[in-house]
Design a protein around this ligand. Structure first.
Ligand code: SF4
Length: 643
């Protein structure tokens, strides 16, 4: 009772005292009370918090109180490092003004600068270009002032360079390292140990679970923010993601055939043996190219590989042999500085060899395998079809799991997400957004367009409808697509000139967003990552156009595998998987429009399946209850005139 009162007091008295513009929201206080109860009673909770509720403080304050009372560390996990940073910069400082507490933000160890590795890379001549050395010097002095967290470095660090200066758990000497006292990673770890609140990301959470819960300090209570992305993070963590360039980079640490630099020059080998190794590496490089080429010739890009690959290339065997030879040299080595570098390389090549074997043999029957191209790189990929089994094991190791996000439900039902995450027993609650959607927004469904399956005509009419809406809204429009191809086709047909048109892919996403926000009449054409997580409050985003209902492409390898699995189990995948998945994504897209109480705007949906198909009601029922809807363009004109 006392805890509850003091929690309410924080929201009703203390927050208004320190934040002059703070407005109490009933949903926020109710959500905080519910979270406090679940923490006290050790119950898992799924809680959907509509945009504008103030969900971060709603979970942060009861969580801190709980940790304090139990004298235990509590953890918050967000989907991305950017969100992690937002939490640390924005909400945690507010909470700290109310309840002083120690916190730390933890990242995967590969994000930390390793002075020993950087020194060794220099010593063994691994840096290839003069500018790398320059950058290395810059990073050295920068790291001294900062905390050695490489993602904070103001310039882009190429993977080639990163690979030579970041922490590698396989060659880290830990307490035996001459740099241990000043080591950024171990200093950070000390802070994690001391923290009462630890902020992590979902990917790191899975890494912690996969390493027998040893990566992070102990904890048994965790809040997942952006919990609708938890499955994605698990799938990414447990899947294979191996590129030809990544493999080449690893081999170049041993010896770079172009620059003639590498660890090989420092191994205790006679000149003739060194020459022999160089020839061997030359051959291995050719095999590597053949290996990737053969895969791309045998299977089409982004198509599921259905049976183990029969390849003529001996690349994997050669890699295995090379690693064995390297291990023998390692065992004879005396140089204590060089040994960890060689050991790190052996471990990393061994890991890659294991993944390659799994890939060609389709080693895990619960995963799908495919390859894809990006730029000049070829990626071999795998993804588990489900993380339910893993999640069940993980859940049994924690006392309380709290999952929150603005989009956890499909037409008010949590079961889709809970099932995908293997959660069986949990409390659930929805706290709707405090925004007045009736006054602030309008949903326009353009029935004049054909169904999307009439592709050519649909694209042409889409462009016309977009032109019309942009004109009515006087620019200020975000147009969301479900594929790059469609975006390009529609973009080519849209009328340019009056407003600045921005298109995803033209520049980095953060720059595009900045320009979209600053030029308040500009229009942004975008796909995938722009459906969620972007925050553009104010006039710049006054019209949001959803061109198609965001169903996954059915022949995307993982989707195809899941659908097949569900059919085998006698389920109807459209209703049990594809539809709810699309509804969640649609809700995410919709949520980009109204970001605060002053925002006003129109959402235009150009896919009339939302009202013509028997499943459309699930999309509509997942939107705010009092949202006005029209299929007539005149109310849209009226809406913008009223501004
Ligand atoms: S302790 Fe490990 S991470 Fe730290 S400087 Fe030494 S090798 Fe690098």
């Amino acid at each position: 009772m006392k805890d509850r009162e003091s929690l309410i007091n924080l929201f009703q008295k203390e927050l208004p005292r320190i934040l002059p513009h703070y407005e109490e929201r009933k949903g926020q206080v109710a959500m905080a009370i519910l979270i406090a109860e679940c923490l006290a009673e050790r119950k898992n909770l799924l809680v959907e918090a509509g945009t504008g509720i103030g969900k971060t403080l709603a979970y942060l304050l009861p969580l801190i109180q709980h940790g304090r009372k139990e004298n235990k560390r509590v953890v918050i996990s967000t989907y991305t490092k950017i969100l992690q940073e937002q939490l640390v910069k924005k909400d945690i400082p507010i909470a700290q003004r109310l309840i002083p507490f120690r916190f730390a933000s933890a990242y995967g160890s590969e994000n930390y600068f390793c002075p020993k590795r950087a020194n060794n890379s220099l010593r063994y001549g691994l840096f290839e270009r003069e500018e790398e050395r320059y950058l290395k010097d810059k990073i050295f002095s920068w790291a001294k002032e900062k905390e050695g967290l490489l993602i904070d470095f103001p310039e882009n660090i190429e993977p080639n360079l990163l690979n030579k200066i970041n922490r590698d758990r396989d060659n880290c000497l830990e307490k035996r390292c001459p740099f241990y006292e000043e080591c950024y990673y171990f200093r950070a770890k000390k802070k994690w140990e001391e923290a009462e609140v630890l902020v992590i990301n979902h990917f790191l959470f899975f890494a912690h679970c996969a390493t027998d819960y040893k990566l992070l300090p102990t904890f048994d209570t965790i809040v997942f923010d952006e919990a609708h992305r938890l499955e994605d993070a698990g799938v990414n963590y447990f899947g294979i993601d191996l590129s030809n360039n990544g493999l080449k980079r690893s081999l170049e640490l041993l010896y770079n055939l172009k620059t003639k630099k590498g660890l090989l020059n420092h191994l205790p080998l006679s000149l003739s043996l060194q020459e022999h190794w160089k020839k061997r590496l030359e051959k291995l490089n050719i095999s590597l190219n053949d290996f990737f080429l053969e895969i791309t010739e045998q299977v089409a890009e982004r198509k599921r590989i259905l049976s183990p690959l029969q390849l003529a290339s001996d690349f994997i065997v050669e890699l295995e042999d090379l690693n064995l030879s390297l291990l023998r040299i390692y065992q004879e080595m005396r140089d204590d500085d060089l040994k960890p570098e060689v050991w790190g390389l052996i471990k990393s090549l061994k890991e890659k060899e294991k993944e390659l074997k799994e890939f060609v043999n389709l080693g895990d029957s619960g995963s799908v395998y495919w390859w894809e191209r990006e730029g000049g790189r070829i990626y071999l990929k795998s993804a588990p079809l489900s993380i339910v089994g893993m999640m069940k094991k993980i859940l049994s190791n924690f006392k309380v799991f709290i999952l929150t996000s603005a989009t956890l439900t499909v037409a008010g039902d949590f079961s889709f997400l809970a099932n995908r995450l293997g959660m069986e027993e949990y409390q659930k609650s929805i706290f709707p957004s405090p925004f007045d959607y009736e006054k602030q927004s309008l949903l326009f469904i353009d029935e004049r367009l054909p169904f999307p399956k009439e592709e050519g005509d649909f694209i042409r009419r889409c462009a016309q409808s977009i032109d019309e809406l942009i004109k009515i809204a006087r620019g200020r429009t975000l147009i969301l697509f479900t594929s790059f191809k469609m975006m390009e086709e529609v973009f080519a047909l849209c009328r340019k000139g009056e407003y600045q048109f921005l298109k995803q892919g033209e520049e980095p996403a953060y720059q595009l967003l900045k320009r979209f926000q600053e030029d308040t009449t500009s229009c942004l054409f975008a796909t995938a990552s722009f459906w969620q997580g972007i925050d553009v409050p104010g006039e710049a985003l006054s019209c949001l156009i959803i061109t198609r209902l965001p169903f996954d492409v059915p022949d995307e390898p993982r989707i195809e595998g899941i659908v097949e699995n569900l059919r085998r189990r006698g389920e109807e995948p459209f209703w049990s998987f594809q539809l709810p998945q699309a509804v969640l994504r649609f809700r995410q897209g919709f949520g980009r429009l109204i970001r605060n109480k002053r925002d006003r705007g129109v959402v235009g949906v150009l896919d009339k399946r939302i009202i013509r198909k028997n499943y459309g009601h699930l999309f509509l029922r997942s939107l705010p209850e009092n949202l006005p809807m029209t299929t007539n363009i005149n109310p849209v004109v009226g809406f913008f005139r009223r501004r």
